[in-house]
Design a protein around this ligand. Structure first.
Ligand code: HEM
Ligand code: HEM
Length: 225
């Protein structure tokens, strides 16, 4: 089972994730329409690209935008959660060992103690992100079982990974469960809201272009609308 999951399973899940995200990206860009979106994408590329990069930069900077600053506690939760969600799969020493053994390449490996702290922080923040959806009326009204499923899919590899790490329970069984959870997350990325891993950048770029060109960016210089 382990060989199956870390052999073809790993290839397949990483492949579906990357190819799927690529396809989502292509469809997103193909779906852009300057007339419908009212964004002069190609007419003013310089102002557009500047606006796009500016928007992405301030949104990935903690407290970089007004929306991040108005909800400081939630901002900390989101950033702590995401630092782990992005860094642990890529830079955990145990993951890099498997990557180099099975796929023949690996990334930089972070310190194990740092990884432990980040992983605990992800579990705690995922817990509070779930509580947020349950108790804040303005978020609860927007939440459907799908949102909880996404939170579950994202945190399951962390919970099962930590069970393996501290050898709570039967190690080999929990390792199999952990890998299944990790691969389920990878496969679901292109098909669910988790596609925001790529689409966040594309939609921020699109909105940033709108602001960079039309809404004040070019200060009304020579624009037909
Ligand atoms: C897809 C294939 C994956 C494989 C083959 C895999 C394999 C492993 C292995 C072998 C360990 C070490 C267990 C130990 O310490 O003995 C581990 C730990 C862990 N994994 Fe994964 N994993 C995968 C995906 C993921 C994903 C997608 C995430 C998170 C999104 C994740 C999060 C973790 C965490 C949080 C730990 C424990 C961290 C720590 O040591 O502090 N894993 N994984
Ligand atoms: C570079 C990569 C990523 C970026 C830029 C990003 C960005 C974001 C943003 C902007 C939000 C919305 C915050 C809000 O509602 O105010 C969000 C939500 C979320 N992200 Fe990511 N994300 C990334 C990667 C990931 C990964 C790898 C995972 C899972 C392992 C993940 C899981 C989630 C979840 C579960 C939520 C929703 C939390 C909730 O409201 O219930 N993200 N992300």
């Amino acid at each position: 089972m382990y060989d199956l999951l870390t052999g073809p399973g790993l290839w397949l899940s990483i492949g579906i994730c990357l190819v799927g995200l690529f396809v989502r990206g292509v469809f997103y860009v193909k779906g852009l329409d300057w007339q419908l979106d009212r964004v002069a994408y190609t007419a003013h590329p310089k102002a557009g690209i500047k606006g796009a990069l500016r928007s992405i930069f301030f949104w990935i900077l903690p407290f970089g935008t007004r929306s991040w600053r108005t909800q400081p506690f939630m901002t900390v939760l989101f950033f702590v959660f995401h630092i782990g969600a992005v860094s642990i799969p890529l830079f955990l020493p145990a993951h890099n060992i498997i990557l180099s053994e099975k796929l023949g390449f690996s990334f930089f490996s972070m310190n194990q103690t740092v990884a432990d702290v980040i992983s605990w922080a992800v579990i705690v923040s995922a817990f509070f992100l779930t509580i947020r959806r349950l108790i804040l009326p303005e978020v609860r009204i927007l939440s459907t079982p799908y949102d909880y499923l996404i939170l579950f899919l994202s945190s399951a590899p962390f919970i099962t990974g930590m069970i393996c790490r501290y050898e709570m329970g039967n190690y080999s069984i929990f390792l199999i469960i952990h890998i299944i959870c990790g691969e389920m997350l990878l496969v679901s990325i292109p098909f669910t809201k988790l596609s925001h891993i790529l689409l966040f950048f594309l939609s921020r770029a699109q909105l940033g272009m709108d602001f960079g060109i039309k809404r004040g960016g070019m200060k009304g210089k020579g624009l037909a609308w």
